[in-house]
Design a binder for this molecule. Structure first.
Ligand code: FES
Length: 99
């Protein structure tokens, strides 16, 4: 996976087996650079507080690895939301992203 730019905007582009996925480049929690996270199958883990998202549709699997009152405060400050995803089309050697 890597961070790419298109139209002056950053995106995360990832290949899992023979499929490509595109999402927003920064974590919806506090802006972690997702290209520095880890990808296991389609499960993306943010490098900062380890929220996890499924990049196939953006849904949240875990909203931070914070616990207790710190997690409650984090959810109040930044309510959980899915990762934005964008359709990807491959034509020859070109990768097209629609946003
Ligand atoms: S910035 Fe990604 S989990 Fe906090």
């Amino acid at each position: 996976m890597k961070k790419i730019q298109a139209g002056g905007q950053d995106f995360l582009l990832a290949r899992v087996r023979d499929r490509y996925y595109c999402t927003e480049a920064y974590c919806p929690h506090l802006g972690g650079n997702l290209s520095e996270g880890t990808l296991t199958g389609t499960i993306l883990t943010c490098p900062l507080h380890h929220s996890q998202f499924d990049i196939s549709d953006g849904h949240v699997l875990r909203w931070t690895d914070l616990t207790g009152s710190i997690l409650d405060a984090a959810k109040t400050q930044r309510p959980q939301r899915p990762l934005r995803t964008y359709p990807v089309k491959i034509e020859g050697n070109a990768v097209f992203v629609k946003w």
